[in-house]
Structures are given as structure tokens and as C-alpha cells.
Design a protein around this ligand. Structure first.
Ligand code: DX5
Ligand code: ZN
Length: 228
């Protein structure tokens, strides 16, 4: 586990008319989480490759692209070629997740795999050997500002055990409903990358919100070390 938790503000809750400024308002963010939705895999529609290409030029923060889209086998590679730091696809949408991971890495990006709250992880433990990031969804994907589903932490614990045992090596990221009230329990379960949309961008001072979340995550990680 990294010494320090990584915080990834989600621009889904930012002002889309001022995306460049909003990206750079979160000084101290480790990754900038970019939610791509196609109104097919999820009911909502957000942004796509041209916006990611523009954001890449507007900020130095590494882009963490979360593709909530059908047919990632066809579309994911474009985000890697656009310079995304990490490109995450949904296992429920991917026809050949191992090939996607190989293609993403060959294009110079980290490869991420995401699971919806109801998707079990056991069938994918071998597939995850090809990935750099696992994104555990803690809300149904599609919208910001939803309530955290604590049951998904059993998946986090399972994967943290695999990592500790040396069977997997990846970032363990969580997305949905992460706030000052929930980040501690996620950290304690073994998460090391925390996506937060509304908790950052609806705060009066987004940069300060990032630092507060990081401190709470750090405390959760320390508590976990105490009893692990
Ligand atoms: C939801 C998106 C999330 C969203 C999280 O489908 O994947 O990244 O921005 O928003 P909050 O942190 O407000 O739950
Ligand atoms: Zn997301």
C-alpha cells in the first residue's frame, strides 16, 4: 500500500463551462477523475474523447478516465492515446478484458478495471493480474451525489488480502459516495485511491476539501495497520 492515500476529485461535480479552471482548483489532487458516460451502459451522458484531449492540455494533473460505456474494446485505446494516465473500463461491458489491458499498457497508460456494486470479483481474480487499478464502485454508476454502499467493502477486503499475499499488485480505488463520513471506513478496508466528486466540488474550498479527505484516509489506513 502506498504510504499516502491518493485523492482523485471527480470533475462530474465541477462546472463544465469552466473545466480547465476547475481542474486546476484542486491543487494537491493526485489524479483527476474523469467520468465518461454514453447513455447506454449507464443512463446518463457526460463527455468523451475531445473533452479529455482538451483537459490533457489544460492541466498537469494525471487524468484517471472512468469509461462507463458500451464496447470499451473499441473505444478505450483512444483515451490512452490521448495521454490519460489511467484508463478504467467496466468488466460488465468488456468482451475481452485481458486484451484491453494489454492494449492500454502498450499505449502507455495504466489499465483499470471497474466493477458495479452487484458484480462479484471472484471470477475476475486472474484477469486482475493484467491490471494496474481496480475501481470498486460504491454506488450504481451514472450520477454523482449518491449514498455510499458499505457492502462493497467486502470486495475491497478480498482484494487487499490478495495484494498483501503477493497474488495481485494494483491500486485499489473506490468511487461513489466518498465523503468525510465514509472515507475512513474505506481506507480501513484497504482502499488506497479515493474518488470524490460532490465532497470536493461542492465544498467552498475544493483544495482544502482534498486535504481534509486525505487526512481522514490516512487515519483510516493507520487504524488498519494497527489491527492487520
Ligand atoms: C458515478 C461516477 C463517480 C461520481 C462520484 O457514476 O463514477 O465518479 O463522480 O460522485 P460522488 O463522489 O459525488 O459520489
Ligand atoms: Zn467515476
Amino acid at each position: 500500500m502506498p504510504q499516502s492515500p491518493l485523492i482523485a476529485p471527480s470533475i462530474l461535480s465541477a462546472d463544465f463551462a469552466r473545466l480547465g479552471e476547475e481542474a486546476n482548483a484542486v491543487t494537491g489532487a493526485d489524479w483527476l477523475h474523469v467520468d465518461v458516460m454514453d447513455a447506454h451502459f449507464v443512463p446518463n451522458l457526460t463527455l468523451g474523447l475531445p473533452v479529455v484531449q482538451a483537459l490533457r492540455k489544460a492541466t498537469d494533473i494525471p487524468l484517471d478516465c472512468h469509461l462507463m460505456i458500451d464496447d470499451p474494446d473499441r473505444w478505450a485505446i483512444g483515451y490512452a492515446e490521448a495521454g490519460a494516465y489511467n484508463v478504467t473500463v467496466h468488466v460488465e461491458a468488456a468482451a475481452d478484458p485481458v486484451k484491453i489491458a494489454k492494449d492500454l499498457r502498450a499505449a502507455g497508460a495504466k489499465a483499470g478495471l471497474s466493477v458495479k456494486p452487484g458484480t462479484p470479483l471472484e471470477p475476475y481474480l486472474d484477469v486482475l493480474k493484467h491490471y494496474d487499478t481496480l475501481l470498486v464502485m460504491s454506488v450504481e454508476p451514472g450520477f454523482g451525489g449518491q449514498k455510499f454502499i458499505a457492502e462493497v467493502l467486502s470486495k475491497v477486503r478480498l482484494v487487499r488480502e490478495q495484494i498483501t499475499a503477493g497474488r495481485l499488485r494494483l491500486f485499489l480505488e473506490i468511487d461513489g459516495g466518498i465523503t468525510e463520513d465514509t472515507i475512513g471506513q474505506a481506507a480501513e478496508a484497504g482502499v488506497d485511491v479515493f474518488v470524490a466528486g460532490s465532497a470536493v466540488y461542492e465544498a467552498d474550498d475544493p483544495a482544502a476539501a482534498v486535504e481534509r479527505l486525505r487526512e481522514l484516509a490516512r487515519a483510516g489506513m493507520a487504524a488498519a495497520h494497527g489491527h492487520r
